[in-house]
Write a protein that binds this ligand. Structure first.
Ligand SMILES: *Cc1c(COP(=O)(O)O)cnc(C)c1O
Length: 368
């Protein structure tokens, strides 16, 4: 992590301090109020729970420190993605989305955006750098993509998008603002599922949009108020708590992932290992250039469906679950959701278990 990132993490941990009076709680209260004392209509910090409330403020303050940008929180990653796309598009507009990214984003394109008159063009992540952006209003990227872990050069795409008069929106879920900073590289908006590593304990759905254009962020905020796409205060609190340990967890998860990816890459039963941190990986050029490290997600293939399912069932330290970024190592065979991957392809999300214990369990499960 850079000194700048270190400073952000420290500020995040103490962000409430300056605003506290004597005897006030150090952690933010879970504020469940929908109404606020309003003897007059103007001048209050909050007036109705759908428009804003104190527990959102606390988590948005943390995320704003990490993103160095304005942040609007949402009840899930998809709610954040919907907000960003709806606010940047209108009937007749064109948006480019990755054909190999998070599949629900593609469904949103098909079932919502297209129905409302937006043209949705799908293209593989790896073809975006050579695509023609003429006529597009939004270029939407996911890098590394989920689940294939392909990457695009964010700065190059921002330049290309802006030259074509388009906005660049980056889904930064697989990296978090600690490992990759799309806004610094020219992206107009970041969207993210804080359900994953930021919350980190597989117990809260949450998302956010971050950006540095005040007008655009005001539209996003107003979309939240009008659509009623609002996070719950308890989830906001859980994400606030999760974010306090994000850097500690990521440090362990990414270091372990690097070790396990190296070992999987030379295992005789494993092929097609994808981990951006591996020197030979197709996404390796992004590490150092725009990613702090290779992250905590690994893709690999076993011989087929039966071998992959057998491996997952045998390994006591792998939670068979969808989603990633939690403290428990988790994995699944992505073809079961219809992702365009081999039948034996597994996406492995490394958790915080001690690495040698974790590897011993994976190695034994691979042996069968
Ligand atoms: C999980 C995920 C989402 C959606 O997040 P939810 O909180 O489940 O709505 C969006 N993008 C990516 C890359 C994801 O992995």
């Amino acid at each position: 992590m850079t000194a700048e990132t270190d400073a952000r993490i420290a500020r995040l941990l103490h962000h409430r301090k300056a605003g506290l009076s004597l005897g006030e709680p150090v952690v933010p209260p879970i504020s469940v109020a929908t109404t606020f004392h309003l003897p007059q209509a103007q001048g209050a910090a909050h007036y109705y729970g759908r428009s804003g409330q104190p527990t959102w403020d606390a988590v948005e303050a943390q995320l704003a420190i990490l993103e160095a940008a304005e942040v609007v929180s949402f009840p899930s990653g998809m709610a954040a993605i919907t907000a960003a796309l709806v606010c940047c598009l209108k009937a007749g507009a064109k948006v480019m989305v990755p054909s190999d990214g998070y599949y629900v984003t593609r469904l949103l394109g098909r079932d919502l955006l297209q129905v409302y008159g937006v043209e949705v063009v799908q293209i593989p992540t790896l073809e975006m750098e050579t695509a023609d952006f003429t006529g597009f209003q939004v270029i939407y990227i996911e890098t590394p993509s989920n689940p294939g872990l392909d990457t695009v050069d964010i700065a190059a795409l921002a330049t290309m998008a802006h030259a074509a008069g388009a906005l660049l929106i980056a889904d930064n879920t697989t990296m978090t603002p600690l490992l990759q900073r799309p806004l610094d590289l020219g992206a107009d908006l970041v969207v993210a599922a804080d359900t994953k590593a930021p919350a980190g304990h597989s117990d809260a759905l949450f998302g956010h949009v971050a950006g540095r254009d005040a007008n655009l962020m005001a539209r996003i905020r107003e979309w939240r108020r009008q659509s009623g796409s609002v996070p719950g205060p308890f989830e906001a609190y859980l994400v606030h708590r999760g974010l306090e340990t994000l850097e500690v967890r990521l440090t362990r998860m990414c270091a372990s992932a690097a070790v396990i990816a190296e070992r999987l890459a030379v295992h005789p039963k494993v092929r097609g290992v994808r981990y951006p941190g591996l020197a030979g990986d197709a996404s390796h050029r992004a590490v150092g250039a725009q990613m702090t490290n290779g992250g905590f997600l690994i893709g690999f293939e076993l011989a087929g469906e039966a071998e992959a399912e057998g491996f997952l069932a045998r390994c006591p330290l792998i939670e068979q679950a969808t989603s990633f970024g939690g403290v428990h190592t988790a994995a699944e065979r992505r073809a079961r959701w219809g992702d365009a991957v081999a039948d034996g392809f597994i996406r492995l999300s490394i958790g915080v278990e001690p690495v040698e214990t974790l590897w011993a369990a994976i190695d034994a499960a691979l042996a069968g």
